[in-house]
Design a protein. Structure first.
Ligand code: ATP
Ligand code: MG
Length: 381
């Protein structure tokens, strides 16, 4: 295989030293060397105007401009070429200075130092090329990072626009919905004339739909408030056991109607948490509501366990369960997995998750398809 050509600039005022180096390089078979020999720093600086060299061997002890001065001037020109300094013996301090000024390495002029020149060149070329490769990669990474940051900023802006849009639409819907509901209520109560049975029936269906729509609008407003950081917590000392009990009561009729059990496993005494009552109630409604909604056989159990500095709440059911790969997704907006036949929008869990996060708590689900689900949330006390 043809050897790689290496252009070496040798700056050495001692002709015998230079000759020996050249000879040794001729015998070395790592590269095919093309050596240009100059005797002064001034000459080197002139030669480097066109910079066609791969490596430079620069003697420190030169007449007039010494090696350090020459090195500094070359470095000031941003020439990307490794420079190996040939120094006097035992001058470690000088070597440190040279490296600081940008020399790649140094070789002390010991007896027969010329023998080590090929090895030094090989090592230098390897390290220098690795360094270039590293720098190139680092630049590419920095560029990619910048691109990603830009894309991310754009996406965040889009997301914000979308949230604003949803919030505005929901807000615009809220007032007309309230008016529609009020008017329907007036009609239903007979303020606009007698209402016949059939009409009452139809009004009842319309009410159901309107109520669903208002719930959706309120959910969307809640979520956009949380997402934009505008949701504030009105914290107070609450007995979470009593609060859970109250919510459970409101689901009893529904559970009875479906012939499923609704059980509680609570501590004997109150467990106080520092939380927003309305928001925490919302979490219980959403979780127990889901459990009752999705369970058609068996029971729903709400469990409260007092831990060190925290309280753990579990809502367990014997419903259809959630496939493992969907367990994280269901906390995303509009994610509906097994519920296509059940009423809902897919906002209950994301709202619960956000409210719990606002309270510095966490929520997760343990479930298997066909084996029921257990939603677990933990809150600081
Ligand atoms: N207890 C549960 N058992 C089985 N699947 C559940 C249960 N809770 C939630 N899921 C699944 O997670 C999805 C998301 O729940 P989430 O409460 O966010 O929405 P939803 O109940 O469908 O609608 P919404 O709560 O907005 O009325 C549900 O559609 C259902 O697929
Ligand atoms: Mg729900």
């Amino acid at each position: 295989m043809a050897k790689e050509k290496l252009r070496v600039l040798l700056v050495e005022d001692n002709p015998i030293d230079a000759m020996i180096v050249k000879k040794i390089l001729q015998r070395d078979n790592a590269f095919e060397y093309e050596v240009v020999h100059l005797v002064s720093g001034e000459d080197a600086l002139l030669k480097l105007e066109n910079w066609p060299y791969d490596i430079m061997l620069l003697d420190y002890n030169l007449p007039k401009k010494n090696g350090l001065e020459t090195l500094k001037e070359i470095k000031a020109r941003n020439i990307e070429m490794p420079i190996v300094m040939i120094t006097g013996q035992g001058d470690e301090q000088l070597a440190v200075t040279l490296i600081k000024e940008g020399a790649f390495d140094y070789l002390p002029k010991k007896e027969n130092y010329q023998d080590s020149v090929p090895l030094m060149i090989r090592k230098t070329m390897m390290e220098f090329r690795a360094k270039l490769e590293r720098e190139k990669l680092q630049k590419e990474i920095a560029l990619k990072k910048e691109e990603l940051e830009k894309t991310n900023a754009k996406l965040m802006e889009l997301d914000r626009m979308k949230s604003d849009f949803v919030a505005n639409v929901a807000h615009e819907l809220k007032t007309p919905l309230t008016i529609i509901k009020g008017n329907l209520d007036n009609i239903n109560q007979g303020f606009a004339g007698e209402v016949r049975l059939k009409q009452k029936e139809i009004l009842g269906d319309v009410f159901k739909i309107i109520n669903r729509l208002s719930r959706l609008v309120n959910d969307l407003l809640d979520l956009s408030k949380i997402e934009s950081g505008k949701m504030e917590l009105n914290r107070e000392g609450l007995d979470i056991v009593a609060l859970a009990g109250e919510v459970i009561k409101t689901f009893e009729t529904l559970a009875d109607g479906k012939k499923i059990g609704l059980a509680k496993e609570f501590p004997e005494k109150a467990v106080t948490v520092n939380a927003d009552k309305d928001k925490l109630t919302q979490v219980f409604i959403n979780l127990i509501g889901n459990a009752v909604k999705f369970t058609d056989k068996g029971s729903v159990t709400v469990r409260i366990i007092e831990l060190q500095g925290e309280v753990q709440v579990e809502i367990q059911d014997t419903g259809p369960g959630i496939p493992q790969d969907q367990a994280d997704k269901i906390f995303d907006k509009f994610a509906r997995v097994v519920a296509e036949k059940k009423e809902g929008t897919g906002l209950g869990l994301p709202i619960a998750k956000d409210i719990i996060a606002l309270h510095k708590g966490r929520i997760r689900v343990e479930s298997q398809s066909g084996k029921g689900s257990r939603f677990i949330f933990i809150m600081p006390k």
